[in-house]
Design a protein. Structure first.
Lengths: 163, 163
DNA sequence: TTCATATGATATGCTCCTCGTATTATCTGA
DNA sequence: TCAGATAATACGAGGAGCATATCATATGAA
């Protein structure tokens, strides 16, 4: 709460905050465009890659959990997983000693990552170069900001979904 | 180039860089999920909202230019613009004194913004509170980082699209 | 236990979207 | 002047998303 009502410093601060939010929206849009190109190369849909990332990041998940997280219909998730499985990006596993024998675990296939990595290599090296221009402390500040913004996005999405 | 090969500082720095990139991917994904919820509320497709943002940000554009920017087929753009126009989010205008009389200018409708703003209000206030925790200098550092990352994404996308 | 109900995953069918191609109008250059 | 390129859109084929149905399994109450 450092802004001062009506003061010059407060006005400038608000402008900067707006700039941050706008840059964030534009960045999201641009990264989605990048995702779109990568998806097209793999003959996948954009949403397929989104789900693959969720699976890779948050471990083995059930289709229904995944559908809830992605805000999609369970039947839609079946189609998405079919495409990902056909492409060899994921496997569906029945866990015999699971508490619920109806449940299925979806797991990302290691070894296909190199292929993905190659498509993202342009962005990856550009980001490495960009990060090179910042100090360690600055990078940690940025990473923390990104994490908190993600958390804010998560909350906002959940609020919107359930209301 | 501040990293030192093999040194402890270099290792830590690489870890932080990786953390930044990973946070960025996760943030993109989460913000796309938010976009998905907002789109659903407006009975629009995710890509419609993406295009609307491009139109609003980069002024009046022709459908073909927009299609190229979004990496979509021109015929697909016609469908997107039909939906956006039917919803009253954009207008198609023929400019009589334009150099090219085939060209059409697509313009975002002012006045619908409040509606959009309301759907994003949760995220918006959360971002305001998040930004409140940073100094003016820190915010400017973050904004600049986001802009450069966007630029990097733009280049990487273009490279991928034309190769 | 026994049964009603809920839930997980998927199959089916309908609607709508995307994209290749064709069409029409217009521009550009030889 | 006219052949070819380009802008926007129409049209049709193939496919995606979702509501619903289906089947197996789980859960809770009597």
């Amino acid at each position: 709460m450092k802004s001062v009502r009506g003061g010059d410093a407060g006005r400038r601060r608000r402008r900067t905050t707006v700039a941050v939010k706008q840059s964030l929206r534009e960045l999201r849009n641009q990264l989605s465009l990048l995702n779109h190109q990568v998806s097209a190369r793999l003959t996948l849909k954009d949403v397929d890659l989104d789900c693959l990332e969720l699976i890779a990041r948050h471990g083995p998940l059930s289709p229904s959990t995944l559908a809830r997280r992605a805000g999609l219909h369970p039947a839609t998730m079946t189609g998405i997983l079919d495409r990902l499985q056909k492409g060899g990006w994921i496997v569906r596993e029945r866990n015999p000693d699971s508490a619920d024998r109806r449940a299925i675990a979806v797991r990302a296939v290691r070894g296909r990552n190199a292929e993905l990595f190659r498509l993202y290599s342009g962005m990856n090296t550009a980001m490495d170069e960009l990060c090179d221009g910042y100090s360690e402390a600055e990078l940690e500040l940025i990473a923390e900001f990104l994490r908190r913004a993600t958390e804010a996005g998560h909350t906002a999405t959940a609020d919107l979904a359930e209301s």
